[in-house]
Design a protein around this ligand. Structure first.
Ligand SMILES: O=c1ccn([C@@H]2O[C@H](COP(=O)(O)OP(=O)(O)O[C@H]3O[C@H](CO)[C@@H](O)[C@H](O)[C@H]3O)[C@@H](O)[C@H]2O)c(=O)[nH]1
Ligand SMILES: [Mn+2]
Length: 744
């Protein structure tokens, strides 16, 4: 095959055809409107149940409208790395960031694997630098990285020599490749050797984790002695320096634990990202930055080149402020029992957003243009004013060295890569910008850097960028760019969902909310609708909870909120129920997922919405009332799923004594009681006059089916069972609800 001409595009943007789905979605919308109309017309004949149902259904209709708009034009990107390499350009430098926060919730071996996979990407090593931010200030993490960088010196050449695909050793040496595919004797020998070396490395880290201190806290480790995790000065260590700047060596590895003081806000991950940005700005100052969570390794070693196809390939930079890759998870359990793989969400809604102003920034697996993070707008006319020393110091803080490096980025000057022996001297000055009072009076977290004020700093930061008129692009090569680990079990999922609902709602109360940004005309209208949809996620918990309570209420008091069987309008909710479920099922089947996966997701998303999101709403309320601040609770990471109880219980929902499960159990018990009361009343179908009927019965049944995990939990043992204290509390609350129904 002939080579494509050098002028061939580096990527293609392809629109999907989706006329049939559009038609079905509009039909559902039409049915929703018909239902609303019916409610309105018959409002005077009914009591508050009708009003409440109307309000809930209005909300469902509103969000469905937003979803349709989001999914309307779905777009995919294809990237052509070979064409980029053919052009024989000098590839630009990239700074790679990894964040970790807790050596217990996030085992250092995961961080080590992420770092190793980054160090081994197919990209000139002298153009790369890897910065690890450790909010745990953990000598164990530091120790693990030091050991890992020694291993990297054999691992990186091995990967490149044999063009290994998965360059995170824990995956490479696990399941799929228990024995080498390559038959050559040389490869087999090296494979054995490498496996042995990796086992030694993980053994060392395991042993160190078991000791109270990983090693003597002397020498390089002295900085870790007598410090507390939340109260310590900055620690910056150059773990490995690619001194000769060799392009097939190992990139620089730099460890940073920013200063923390008890009374100073540290802004969680956003704060960590800003420090990574500044420290790297002082050291390598690459024009592009890739950031990964500690649990997400590089799965496609070509990813940096793929991303460059978009970053360098766009004719106008404004079309590509950042390149986001989807979050895909490894070791996903069959049929997604925790509903946390989010494949369908990415497939349709995700690609829909890609077709508007571009994907959200997802917090990990994203390449940013540094100058965009530094607050630049696509056509900045004020650039010279921004570049005055005064303005720079005001925006970027008091470090002269840093403002100089920022000026280079903002004026698109080519930043020369660091010469030999320079890194260590740069890190000396970097201490200043990693201090916790450095940002006072500057624009960090407000106008530049990762944005503060939300526990979903990713969405807020992306929104700010879109709000300045930038577009973003999506990069989903095959094999997938990055693979991460999804929260294992019930409590971890709930914590994550709660944080998301909290953070997204918080965005509404920042000056960067989508309604304000649309006023300046740079955030596109339909992009604003997408952000509205996602920012209001958490609020959906309220109508869903009301709906679940409403059907129980009607069954308990023998009233109704659905049309009666005799009335023709009953066809509207029935058609809605049937079409909606069949349609969402078809979305799963179309991309090769199973009916079971669909069902699991339907259920878990009802749990997430009714339980986790309502706690999210609550924590935002408490914040607004000034009662408590929101926190970023780190998700527990599992190194390998299904290790315990091998498969029998894999995917079974787990519980703890957190209040979320009290709410969930209460919802279940209330609906079970309501169903029991209705059955005892012996009048299931139709009923006479105004009593409850099949509509209410189906609604409550549906709630019970969605809460199946909880029903099993009532009888489960250990972590698979709902704690008895939770059951008692929920029992009391459910009784209270039943009593209240009778009084109203
Ligand atoms: O104070 C903190 C808290 C967290 N992190 C890091 O933030 C990352 C994400 O935390 P995790 O607990 O894994 O949250 P997830 O819910 O899995 O993360 C998703 O949601 C977050 C926003 O809520 C985004 O920041 C993430 O990129 C996105 O993957 C991890 O690397 C943490 O080490 C810090 O560096 N400092
Ligand atoms: Mn995570």
């Amino acid at each position: 095959m002939a080579n494509p001409p050098l002028s061939a595009p580096l990527y293609d943007r392809i629109s999907r055809r989706n006329n049939i789905p559009r038609a079905i979605e509009l039909t559902i919308l039409f049915l929703l409107f018909s239902l609303l109309l019916y409610r309105l017309l018959s409002l005077k004949d009914h009591g508050f149940t009708w009003v409440l149902a109307l309000l809930c259904e209005s909300w469902f209709t509103f969000t469905w409208g937003l979803v349709i708009s989001t999914k309307w034009n779905q777009v995919e990107y294809m990237t052509y790395p070979k064409r980029l390499l053919q052009r024989k350009l000098e590839l630009p430098p990239v700074d790679m960031f990894v964040t970790t926060a807790d050596p217990v919730l996030e085992p250092p071996i995961l961080t080590v694997n992420t770092v190793l996979s980054l160090l081994a990407v197919d990209y000139p090593a002298d153009k790369l630098a890897c910065y690890v931010s450790d909010d745990g200030a953990s000598p164990l993490t530091f120790y693990s990285l030091v050991e890992a960088s020694k291993f990297a010196k054999i691992w990186v050449p091995f990967c490149k020599k044999y063009n290994v695909q998965v360059r995170a050793p824990f995956r490479f040496f696990s399941v799929e490749s228990t024995s080498p595919q390559d038959v050559s004797l040389e490869f087999q020998q090296e494979w054995e050797k490498m496996k042995g070396e990796y086992e030694k490395l993980s053994q060392k880290i395991e042993d160190a984790a078991r000791r109270s201190q990983p090693c003597e806290l002397t020498g390089d480790f002295a900085d870790f002695s007598n410090i507390q995790r939340k109260n310590h000065p900055t620690i910056i260590k150059v773990i490995w320096e690619n001194k000769e700047g060799v392009s097939n060596g190992v990139p620089h590895v730099i460890y940073i634990s920013r200063e923390k003081r008890p009374k100073q806000p540290h802004h969680f991950k956003a704060g960590a990202m800003n420090i990574l940005t500044r420290v790297s700005g002082m050291v390598t100052n690459a024009p592009f930055m890739l950031n990964l969570d500690c649990d997400m390794y590089v799965n496609n070693p070509q990813i940096v080149v793929h991303a460059m196809c978009l970053l360098l390939g766009v004719t106008n930079e404004r079309d590509c402020a950042f390149v986001q890759s989807p979050q895909i998870f490894y070791d996903g359990l069959k049929d997604d029992p925790f509903g946390n793989q989010m494949v369908v969400l990415y497939e349709y809604v995700g690609h829909g957003i890609v077709g508007i102003q571009g994907p959200f920034y997802g917090g990990t697996g994203c390449f940013h243009r540094r100058k965009v993070i530094y607050g630049l707008s696509p056509d900045d006319n004020e650039i010279t004013r921004k570049l005055s020393t005064e303005a720079l110091l005001k925006t970027f803080g008091r470090s002269m060295e840093f403002t100089k490096s920022a000026a280079k980025i903002l004026s698109s000057m080519k930043t020369s890569s660091i010469g030999p022996n320079n890194i260590s001297s740069c890190t000396e000055t970097a201490y200043q910008v990693a201090g916790c009072d450095y940002e006072y009076g500057s624009s960090w977290g407000g106008e530049v850097g990762w944005m503060y004020g939300s526990t979903t700093e990713d969405v807020l930061t992306g929104l700010t960028i879109h709000g300045r008129g930038w577009k973003s692009t999506f990069c989903s090569p095959n094999p997938p760019a990055f693979l991460g680990c999804a929260p294992p079990g019930g409590p971890a999922t709930m914590i994550q969902q709660k944080r998301w609902a909290t953070g997204l709602l918080e965005i509404l109360f920042t000056p960067k909310n989508p309604f304000i940004l649309i006023l300046n005309g740079k955030l596109q209208f339909r992009q604003c609708l997408v952000y509205t949809w996602v920012v209001l996620w958490g609020l959906r918990s309220i109508p869903e909870l009301c709906y679940a309570a409403l059907s129980a209420y009607c069954l308990i008091t023998d009233s109704h909120f659905m049309p009666k069987v005799g009335e023709p309008v009953i066809l509207i909710p029935i058609a809605l129920f049937a079409i909606y479920n069949l349609y969402t099922l078809s979305e799963y089947l179309r991309i090769g997922l199973s009916t079971c996966a669909w069902w699991n997701n339907q259920r878990i998303w009802r749990l997430n919405t009714m339980i986790a999101w309502s706690f999210g709403v609550l924590s935002v309320l408490l914040k607004l009332l000034g009662l408590s601040d929101t926190v970023f609770e780190v998700t527990q990471k599992d190194q390998s799923t299904n290790v315990d109880d091998n498969n029998v219980n894999a995917g079974r929902f787990t519980f703890d004594d957190s209040p979320s499960f009290v709410l969930g159990t209460t919802i279940l018990l209330v609906n079970l009681t309501a169903l029991a009361i209705e059955l005892l009343r012996f009048r299931l179908v139709g009923g006479d006059g105004n009593g409850s009927g099949i509509g209410e019965f189906i609604c409550s049944m549906w709630v019970v089916l969605c809460f199946w995990a909880f029903l099993r939990g009532l009888f489960g043992k250990g972590k698979y069972g709902i704690p008895s204290s939770t059951i008692y509390k929920s029992g009391a609350l459910a009784l209270l609800f039943v009593q209240l129904c009778k009084w109203v």
